[in-house]
Design a protein around this ligand. Structure first.
Ligand SMILES: Nc1nc2c(ncn2[C@@H]2O[C@H](COP(=O)(O)OP(=O)(O)OP(=O)(O)O)[C@@H](O)[C@H]2O)c(=O)[nH]1
Ligand SMILES: [Mg+2]
Length: 301
């Protein structure tokens, strides 16, 4: 799958009816907050309950598509010899549909392989992060004292409200201040049927890790009521299909422009102000996707 081998698509097609049994947990947050360490501690906790686990770490900035990234190697090393745990780190190379495709395929195979729980780790806040964890059933945002940018992003509504928030490195004196700050931001939003709980954790010592897991389970129970999980998965899958299709369309477009001197000339003309940008867009869309005027956005309403 990591090499986009055509056989992989056939495998996933055949396995797909067997999927939907695993529960997917997305873990996101700024670099270095302790996402991998927390996953490692959660895995330790969950292995005591004999649950089987998959972990997929996706680094949007890494061109490598195979092998483990150094940090994850160290953080998750405790579990490498455990046959009940499968760990994989990957970048984006080789996937026409980008990150969304890479993660979706990995999740589906681990699901079909019978893993009870699959963790999807990705760094950051932004589009690529949504593509990776958009498929998750429960999203955990990991912050630490000093993650002020993320708190601002939550406040400004730039970052989607996660389902559970972990404030890691709770040994830091500013951890409780941060919790209060995040709590006051979340309290502004009273409409939600689920209020995202905030848990202070210390991943390296495993402190409050069972409590964090309990919150994930509570969120799962909440979703499993009134058909919310079905509804969320329907929405997530539709979003993934769209994201993968968009990723492929973009790759196709880039290749087409690179291969076609006439299309490249259009870009030169835009640069020389001989052609306006939207006319160039229209011509490119017509030539590459055979789409006419209806797609230029100006006369669709
Ligand atoms: N003091 C303290 N250090 C921690 C804690 N959790 C993680 N660390 C340390 O923080 C550093 C980063 O931890 P990682 O688990 O690699 O963080 P990450 O968020 O996965 O990092 P990226 O994947 O690179 O974004 C490591 O040196 C950890 O040992 C904690 O609870 N307390
Ligand atoms: Mg990590």
């Amino acid at each position: 799958m990591e090499n986009s081998d055509p056989l992989a698509y056939e495998v996933v097609r055949d396995l797909y009816p067997e999927t939907g049994k695993a529960y997917a947990i997305g873990v996101t947050g700024p670099p270095g907050v302790g996402k991998s360490s927390l996953i490692s501690a959660l895995v330790r906790h969950l292995r005591e309950q004999d649950r089987t686990i998959g972990v997929v770490s996706v680094d949007p900035s890494s061109p490598f598509s195979q092998g483990a990234l150094l940090g994850d190697r160290i953080r998750l090393a405790d579990h490498f010899l455990d046959p009940g745990v499968f760990i994989r780190s990957m970048g984006t190379r080789g996937h026409l549909g980008g990150l969304a495709e890479a993660t979706l395929q990995a999740l589906l195979v681990l699901d079909a392989a019978g893993k009870d729980l699959v963790f999807l780790e990705t760094v950051g806040a932004g589009q690529s992060e949504v593509e990776v964890i958009g498929i998750a059933d429960t999203i955990v945002l990991v912050l630490m004292p000093g993650s002020g940018d993320s708190v601002q992003a939550l406040k400004a509504g730039i970052m989607e409200i996660p389902d559970v928030i972990a404030i890691n490195k709770m040994d830091h004196p500013a951890a409780k201040t941060m919790r209060n700050e995040v709590r006051s931001i979340l309290s502004l939003d009273r409409e939600r049927s689920w209020k995202p709980p905030i848990v202070l954790t210390e991943a390296t010592r495993g402190e409050n890790v069972p409590e964090l897991w309990e919150k994930v389970e509570e969120h799962r129970a909440h979703l499993e009521q009134e058909g919310r999980l079905e509804e969320r998965r329907r929405k997530n899958l539709a979003g993934e299909v769209f994201a993968v299709a968009s990723g492929r369309a973009k790759a196709h477009l880039q290749q087409a422009v690179a291969d076609d001197p006439e299309l490249r000339r259009l870009l030169d003309e835009v640069q020389k102000r001989e052609l306006d940008p939207l006319t160039a867009v229209r011509e490119i869309m017509e030539k590459v996707f055979h789409l006419g005027d209806a797609t230029d956005g100006t006369n669709t309403r």
